[in-house]
Design a protein around this ligand. Sequence first.
Ligand SMILES: Nc1nc2c(ncn2[C@@H]2O[C@H](COP(=O)(O)OP(=O)(O)OP(=O)(O)O)[C@@H](O)[C@H]2O)c(=O)[nH]1
Ligand SMILES: [Mg+2]
Length: 455
Amino acid sequence: MLDRLQEKIKDVFRNLSGSGKISEKNIEDGIREIKLALLEADVNYKVVKEFVDEIKRESIGQKVISNVNPVDLFYKIVYEKIKEYLGPENKGFDIKPGKTNIVMLVGLQGSGKTTTAAKLAYFFKDKASPLIVGADIYRPAAKEQLRNLAVSNNFAFYTEDKDPVTICKNAINYAKKNLHNLVILDTAGRLHIDNELMKELVDIKKAVLPDYIFFVADAMVGQSIVDVAKSFDEHLDINGVILTKFDSDAKGGATLSIKKVTGKSISFIGVGEKIQDFEVFYPERIASRLIGRGDILTLVEKTTKAIEEYEIKEMTEKMMSGKMDLEDLLKQLKVLKKLGGVSAVMEMLPLPSGVKNADPSEEIKKMEAIILSMTPLERKNYRILNISRKKRIVGGSGTTMRDITKFLDNFQKMSKMVKKFSKNAKILEKFMTSNKNVLDLNDKIKDIDLKNFKL
Ligand SMILES: Nc1nc2c(ncn2[C@@H]2O[C@H](COP(=O)(O)OP(=O)(O)OP(=O)(O)O)[C@@H](O)[C@H]2O)c(=O)[nH]1
Ligand SMILES: [Mg+2]
């Protein structure tokens, strides 16, 4: 599954690692190779373009960080991007206790709906008492196929010689009477999207109000699935996607495009014809597999840590130089947001007194909004901020005049404080850089007698 794409991506990194010296040109070549690999895997071209542009932005022009190998950094960027495009892990559907859980399966003909209906029942068999419902009245053998699957696996099955909406409504009543707390509706497919099919599905949705609608898609189909998924989503507002035939030599087009285009994540994958061949979709695992490095998680962790340490060092140096302007502060706020909850570093920011115990992310957001509403010149020299400029910033940042006055006042105080701090720069810098665990900083910094640095 996705073997060819995996091979191609492996080749890209093999070439990069083998090229001796890493330059921007190598990385650019690597990115071009990845683009070709994705296009060959039939990933939607718009998705490929976005993917490649984002990787380019993140890789090229990256500062050379002394203890991070550029190939490792590139690995990290590509891995995280693939993970992002595969979507966050979809924990959307689970059996809710005390109610009849209704799941509706929709999709094109042959996509694997009927097989998936039985697989879903099997997957939840220990948690629920499933009822599988045959609502495909068009393909002559459809109901029989489902009945056989149900009977051979000891699942309850329901159908009637009526229209699909009536079958589904009656099935729900039957489930309630017979204490089946999971109802799986297998609907009919068509070769192409057609209005009649869509209307029937919308009618079923309105009649039974399913808890979850899964769009079932064949992973073998390339990017053409994207338009189909979009159309189903527009009509039915699907909740998640199940990709079938993941065990085949699927190229990856559907897998990598579907989340980006529909915004709906993949929940499960079908990995064979047997009822057990069904798994939760873990983007992280697929991304690792595609990258082809078993140790990718360790590598990402190490690289991330090295980058954070570098960013903190850079931030401390800038602060200590006493030449910090609001543009620098903005950069630091971004680092802080990424690190999250580093209260030791927070101590040094121009936070209004009294907010130190409050949620720092709110203050950071406010400060960012204020700086982002300033012109580059104002960021370089806040002293030029007169009343009319401040009013403009109030409007642009959604803050108040009081917020801005307070913010500037605190920034001024901080600049003064930093000058005092810089006498003790050596100690502070040691704290800021030598600690492996950034979060330890808070404890360490308490060791400095902050009383000496009264404003
Ligand atoms: N290898 C493999 N085959 C699968 C998988 N899921 C479904 N199939 C096969 O795909 C074919 C079509 O599956 P169905 O479940 O009948 O598809 P459907 O969407 O119900 O089709 P219609 O009812 O005609 O719309 C069958 O031969 C299944 O055995 C899978 O995950 N892996
Ligand atoms: Mg079917």
